[in-house]
Structures are given as C-alpha cells and as structure tokens.
Design a protein around this ligand. Structure first.
Ligand code: NAD
Ligand code: ZN
Length: 359
C-alpha cells in the first residue's frame, strides 16, 4: 500500500532574466543524430521576430505554431504527434513555449511520441507506462504551475482531465521573466489568480502537509505582494510572479486543488471557458468555502480594475447544467481535499446547480 506520495520533479531548472538565450546550449547534449527538436509555440508569437528569431533552430528542427483559441484537446495532441512521427520517425525533444496551454500541449505530445494509441486513453492517473520524448517547458505567462506539475490537462471526448503520470513532468524548464513581460494586464491577472487560487485551495485543504504548506505560503506571500501591496507592476513583479507560479505548483504536488477548480472544470468542459478566467468567475462566488481568500481576491480585482464576467450560465438548459455537474462531481479528490471525506454531504447536485446558477 502506498501511504505516501512518491512523486517526480522537474529534472533541470534554469531561472533568470535573459536565461532564454541559453536554450541552444541546454539542448545540445540532448540532440540525437537525425532527430530534430520540435518547438511548439503559441501562435500569438507568429511573426513576432523578437521571440521567434531567438529560437535556436538547427538542421531539421521545426516550429509548430499552435492556437490557444481552445485549451489543448486530445485530438489536437494526437494529430501533432502523428504528423511528427510520420515526418521524422523520432525526435530529439519537444519544447513548449507559451502559457499553460503550450506547456501542456508540449508535455502531451512528448508522451504521445512513444506511447501507443490516443492521448484520451491516458486521461487519468498513472495510465502512461512509457517515458515520452525529452521535453522542455519555457513559460511566457505565469501562474498555472504547469511548468512543475505532473499533469497535462486535456479536453477529450468524455471529459476534461489530465494525463497524470511520473513521465509527465518536464525534463527541463527555462524560467526567464523577460518572456512574461508583454502579457496583457487582464490575462496576466487571470493566470496569476490561478496561482493565488492554487495557494488558497492547497493551504485550506484537508490534504495539507508541511511540504505543501511551505511552498504554498511562499507563493501566497509573493501573490499578495505583487497583486495587493505594490502600486506599480514592474520587472520585480514579473520575477516574483514567475516564482509564485513555481511555488504554487509545488504546493499542489503534495496536496490538491479544491472547489474553484472542480466547478471551473465544468465551465471549461461545457462552455470552453478558459482555466484562468473560469477560476476567477467561480472563485468570486466562493465566500462560503474560502472567506478570507475571496475577500482579498475581490480587493485585487478592484485594485487592478479587472473585468470578471457575470451571467455566463444565464441561458443554459437543464441538460447543460447536468453536464457541468457531472464533470464537477467527477473530481472527487478535489472535493475531498476541500471538504474532507464526507464531502458528498455538502456537495449535492442541487447545491452545484445553485452555485452554477449564480455565475
Ligand atoms: P494560455 O496558455 O491559454 O494563454 C492565454 C492567452 O495568453 C493566449 O491568448 C496566449 O496567446 C496569450 N499569451 C501567452 N503568453 C503571452 C505573452 N507573453 N504575451 C502576450 N500574450 C500571451 O494561458 P494560461 O492561463 O497560462 O494556461 C491555461 C492552460 O493551462 C489551460 O489549458 C489549463 O488547463 C492549463 N493548466 C495546466 C496545469 C497543469 O498543471 N498542467 C495547471 C493549471 C492550468
Ligand atoms: Zn489551476
């Protein structure tokens, strides 16, 4: 019986302003003869020379631009992996450059370069059996913790669920705060709040232990400093947000997220609401579960003059509410972390319907 989680961490980490320039040097020892590196890059950067021209392409290396219009889907992962296998056979590695979507896409494609079947077959816990291709994450947006996590969240035919496995974490991450500088204010906030919400859910959860707490408290302190206390957003804020995301991710490695994430997954599955903004929409209504966290969240929304959409569930049908409720209810570990073993006493379908109706 496994009493204690035994989990892998990212193998190699480089952090610092300008560290992106070291990418070629970092990749070189991993290059195999006749197998290119594949850079999966957010298509926001297509044509933006200041980033694209710094990607160190050699030989048959290839940039695959991917859209963030939708969050990563199993179909999309399978299609990219198949194309790469057809074109190259094997690759030296897969490098994701972008926000959480691109980091997740790169992790999933790397795993599907070596594992048979569809990525949908591996949505769940510990279903991946073979190490993937070498994979590297280079964030251009901070908050999700996808750079350190053991999952890659995918929307599949049945549900939105991660490929959680020991082979999922990156072999290498390159954390260069210069790359997140250009993110638009609203997006930076939504994704930054993902980190803040990870902290609140982890620190108030029943799964909390000292390992999680030590990372969660540091991440929370950094979030409060940059989103609540400081009056200007500057380079120091980007440096700190990048490390808050890292610590927030580490905090959930040994605990779990909670109510906001469970409910937000329902919105994401049915309405395609993005993770960051979806968490904000939900968290805004969770005073009952996280009174202090929600109070401070509202103060941060006001301070940064952020628009949190309202009424997104206004015109849904009973079937649509039911689908969201199914997805949310399925997240048992999240509810158990938030409310304990008897979570089903509080969280009924009726309760979830009332919660969704407020959003
Ligand atoms: P994202 O990657 O979806 O990007 C959001 C938007 O920001 C996009 O329009 C993108 O083009 C833009 N963008 C990114 N970097 C930019 C930059 N430097 N300048 C300007 N625009 C930029 O956003 P996200 O919030 O980082 O990631 C959300 C995804 O992360 C979801 O798919 C979610 O499921 C996933 N996620 C994964 C984990 C995990 O542990 N694997 C955890 C949380 C969230
Ligand atoms: Zn999250």
């Amino acid at each position: 019986m496994t009493a204690f989680k035994n989990f892998p961490m990212v193998k190699m980490v480089v952090y610092g302003r300008g560290s992106f320039a070291q990418t070629a040097e970092i990749l070189a020892p991993q290059r195999k003869a006749d197998a290119p590196f594949i850079f999966i890059v957010d298509d926001f950067f297509q044509g933006k020379a200041e980033l694209i021209n710094r990607i160190p392409l050699e030989g048959k290396d290839k940039i695959v631009f991917a859209s963030t219009a939708d969050e990563p889907k199993t179909k999309q992962v399978d299609a990219i992996a198949k194309e790469l296998k057809d074109e190259f056979g094997t690759v030296s590695g897969v490098i994701g450059i972008g926000g959480g979507s691109m980091l997740d896409l790169a992790k999933a494609v790397a795993l599907m370069m070596t594992n048979p079947g569809s990525s949908a077959d591996y949505q769940g816990w510990d279903l991946v059996k073979v190490p993937g291709a070498y994979h590297v994450g280079i964030p251009t947006l901070s908050g999700t913790g996808a750079e350190v996590s053991r999952t890659t969240v995918l929307t599949g035919p049945e549900r939105k669920l991660g490929m959680n496995s020991d082979y999922t974490p990156f072999d290498q991450i390159i954390l260069d705060p210069e790359l997140i500088k250009g993110a638009p204010k609203n997006q930076r906030f939504y994704t930054g709040m993902d980190c803040y919400i990870h902290c609140i859910e982890s620190l108030t959860g029943t799964y909390l232990n000292t390992f999680s707490q030590s990372y969660g408290e540091k991440a929370l302190e950094l979030c409060e400093e940059i989103f609540l206390k400081k009056d200007v957003w500057d380079d120091d804020s980007d440096d700190k947000l990048m490390m808050a995301s890292y610590h927030g991710g580490m905090s959930i490695a040994y605990s779990q997220v909670g109510v906001a994430h469970a409910v937000s997954y329902g919105l994401g599955f049915l309405l395609g609401t993005k993770h960051g903004i979806g968490n904000c929409i939900v968290f805004d209504h969770l005073e009952e579960f996280y009174p202090d966290g929600v109070r401070d969240f509202k103060a941060m929304v006001d301070k940064h003059e952020i628009h949190i959409p309202k009424g997104i569930c206004a015109n849904l049908t009973d079937e649509q509410f039911d689908k969201m409720i199914d997805v949310a209810m399925f997240m048992a570990p999240l509810w158990e972390n938030a409310l304990g073993k008897n979570w089903k006493d509080t969280i009924t379908r009726k309760k979830l319907r009332e919660m969704y109706e407020k959003m």
